[in-house]
Design a protein around this ligand. Structure first.
Ligand code: PXP
Length: 236
């Protein structure tokens, strides 16, 4: 079964719009798990515009499933992740000023750099995943970096889905097969939704986990969080 990790950044965005503690990020994490999420994902950014450093630490003790922290591996970020010790770290090459993740790693160019960071997390028993485009050379490069998993960057799939879903999925299928052949676990995320998730999950072999935030939290405004999580789970 593919696991659903719910990204709760958007809950923090709403909370921060007013200051204070409403809606509570901790309560959201507790409830997502109660309603069936298999994991909680956060993506703290340097400017703390949604998830704060305090959130990163506060969430850890209420995790009953899997804690996945995503982000750019600055020195401060690495130190914080090692202190918190989540089940998984997802490395993303996003700069400080981007609205959301908008690029994947070049696992060939940054191989030595990634290798060093990944080995540091491994010493602390933290599973590693790196955010990659669906290109075979990037999957092979990821393997050489020593990562446990890759996270396939699904924005292009989501964009191409309505026009030609067979064409949109095809590079992802090839890369998933290659990843399995190389012994890499497979995660996926970005712009996955109620519309495109069933097809993605049906077509991608050995999909370990999807992490979904924007569409899921938006759907929950109309459908309720419990119902929405169950709907996403059924598509997996
Ligand atoms: N994966 C990564 C690496 C991300 O940065 C994000 C967004 O924070 C997601 C998955 C989830 O994307 P979305 O919010 O579009 O579901």
């Amino acid at each position: 079964m593919t696991k659903l990790s719910v990204n709760i950044n958007k809950i923090a965005t709403i909370r921060n719009a007013r200051g204070g503690e409403t809606p509570s990020v901790l309560e959201a994490a507790i409830n997502c798990q109660k309603f069936g999420a298999d994991g909680i994902t956060i993506h703290p950014r340097q400017d703390e515009r949604h998830i704060t450093k305090k959130d990163v630490y506060d969430i850890k003790p209420i995790i009953t499933t899997e804690y996945n922290i995503e982000g750019y591996p600055s020195k401060d970020f690495i130190k914080m992740v090692i202190a918190v010790k989540p089940e998984q770290i997802t490395l993303v090459p996003d700069g400080p000023n981007v609205i959301t993740s908008c690029a994947a790693w070049d696992t060939v160019k940054f191989q030595d750099y990634l290798k060093e960071i990944i080995s540091e997390f491994k010493v602390h028993g933290i599973r590693t995943s790196i955010f990659v485009d669906p290109k075979l050379e990037m999957i092979k490069g990821a393997k050489l970096c020593g990562t446990d998993r890759i996270e396939l960057y699904t924005e292009d799939f989501a964009k191409g889905y309505s026009e030609n879903k067979e064409k949109a999925i095809s590079p992802y299928v090839l890369c998933a097969k290659k990843a399995t052949e190389l012994g890499l676990g497979i995660n996926a995320g970005h712009d996955l939704s109620l519309e495109n998730l069933a097809y993605f999950s049906k077509e991608i072999p050995n999909l370990d986990e999807v992490s979904i935030g924007h569409a899921l939290i938006s759907d929950a405004l109309y459908l309720g969080l419990e119902n929405t999580i169950q709907m996403y789970k059924r598509l997996l």
